[in-house]
Design a binder for this molecule. Structure first.
Ligand SMILES: Nc1ncnc2c1ncn2[C@@H]1O[C@H](COP(=O)(O)OP(=O)(O)O)[C@@H](O)[C@H]1O
Ligand SMILES: [Mg+2]
Length: 423
């Protein structure tokens, strides 16, 4: 009898988590809340508010859940893991005080500096005049960031100081980000490719996962607006497991020590956003949960039992975990609704998912889908499906993913055609 796991969330990341858990020998059942049509194929889905701590705890009790795995940041910030801990229910994810590392960029910078982790020089302030004066100490391009969670829209990269002055006033005077922008971080611009690195943490120790590269912009060639992510691949050439081991020592372990010293030991996924600059890697930000869509490539690449790994995080034993990885590579292409990341229609019928999913080495993860009254699969979000394929190398994985993409269709469907190209 394997463990009974409840996945909290209902996007592509949670479908990938559920799918990988369902194939883990240590896992006996996978349920989800609220889930999605992809997760519904793995086990029961429960229509509760994932950010309601009482509702999640009650469901976990009722379903005799052994481990709760929280996907998105909102339930973490809302204290879902705190509530589960009070009830003695093991959970994968940080308590609200830990999730603050994603919820406040100023707090994250303080931790980075205290831990001696390499990052951009910065000034944090809620005072308009101080912020305007601070800009003089930086060179273009200027980076002006809202402190709090601003749905991915809180960061402005400004080519001129006048634009940066406007960005400061937009946040601090005009309050365009509301409370999330009531305080700012102004920081040095970091030049170079961005990488995502995931550490599974247990309060004192971390086991690192394979690095992934994601694509944030909406259009080919990194054009268009910033999005939640339009595709990803792993592994990343030139960023091997030895580099990962070095960054574990340089960033993850000192940060865990700093958080533990402050009385808030960090459990769950610590996501380090890095920029590979000419003078070495620098930390851009932390997130308190798995990246989306990087998870959709990292988990298919993982050969070890995910259920055991997440259990080790929840119970303080990641030091005993030795991870194994598949040969080859994985790529995922996000299929988005027409108009995304702006306004888009929902309820649009989707065809071809079963055919694509049946292809060799292909996995289609549901991100924003639903079943209509007749049980037909329809769109229900901006990012709709993550078409994922394994291959002998990145080029092969990419070719297989795009072959699967061609089987799928819905009105207005858009995707990038250069994910994992030229690697
Ligand atoms: N210091 C910086 N130098 C260069 N680019 C940056 C810097 N800070 C942020 N960015 C860019 O802005 C994006 C969003 O910033 P980030 O700190 O990750 O905030 P969030 O993901 O919470 O919106 C980054 O992925 C990066 O492309
Ligand atoms: Mg980011």
């Amino acid at each position: 009898m394997g463990r009974r796991v409840l996945v909290v969330g209902g996007g592509g990341r949670e479908h990938a988590l559920g799918w990988r858990l369902a194939t883990s020998p240590s896992v006996g059942a996978v349920e989800s809340a609220p889930g999605n049509p992809g997760l519904a194929e793995l086990g029961p889905v429960h229509a509760i508010d994932p950010s309601d701590p009482q509702a999640v705890s009650a469901l976990a009790d009722e379903r005799r859940i052994d481990l709760v795995v929280v996907g998105p940041e909102a339930p973490l910030v809302a204290g879902v893991v705190d509530h589960l801990a009070e009830r003695g229910i093991p959970a994968f994810g940080p308590v609200a005080a830990g999730a603050h590392i994603e919820g406040s960029k100023q707090f994250a910078k303080e931790i980075m500096v205290a831990a001696g982790a390499p990052t951009a020089g910065y000034v944090a302030t809620a005072d308009r005049d101080e912020a305007q004066a601070a800009l003089e100490r930086f060179a273009p391009p200027y980076v002006v960031k809202a402190d709090g969670l601003a749905a991915g829209k809180g960061v402005r990269i400004c080519t001129t100081i006048d634009e940066a002055r406007e960005a400061v006033d937009d946040a601090l005077v005009r309050r365009v980000f509301g409370e999330a922008g009531a305080s700012l971080v102004i920081e040095e611009f970091l030049d170079g490719p961005e990488r995502s690195l995931f550490g599974v943490c247990d309060g004192t120790d971390a086991v690192l996962l394979a690095p992934a590269q994601d694509y944030k912009r909406a259009l080919d060639g990194d054009g268009g607006l910033n999005t939640g992510g339009m595709g990803a691949y792993t592994p990343v050439p030139g960023f091997g497991l030895d580099d990962v081991a070095r960054l574990r020592e340089l960033i993850f372990l000192p940060v865990l020590r700093e958080l533990a010293d402050r009385g808030t030991p960090y459990r769950g996924l610590l996501y380090a956003g890095l920029v590979e600059t000419a003078t070495g890697p620098r930390l851009l930000e932390f997130n308190a949960r798995f990246g989306d869509p990087e998870t959709q490539v990292v988990l298919p690449h993982l050969a070890s039992d995910l259920g055991d790994l997440l259990w080790a995080s929840a119970t303080g034993s990641v030091g005993e975990v030795d991870l194994a990885w598949h040969d080859g590579a994985v790529a995922t292409v996000v299929l988005a609704s027409g108009g995304y990341p702006g306004d888009y229609a929902t309820g649009v019928p989707i065809t071809g998912v079963e055919e694509a999913d049946a292809l060799d080495a292909v996995q289609v993860f549901h991100a924003g889908t639903a079943r209509d009254g007749d049980g037909r699969l329809v769109t229900a979000g901006g990012r709709v499906l993550d078409v994922t394929a394994r291959g002998a190398d990145v080029a092969d994985a990419r070719a297989r993913a795009y072959d699967a993409v061609r089987r799928i269709g819905f009105d207005g469907m858009q995707h990038r055609s250069d994910i994992a190209a030229g690697i």
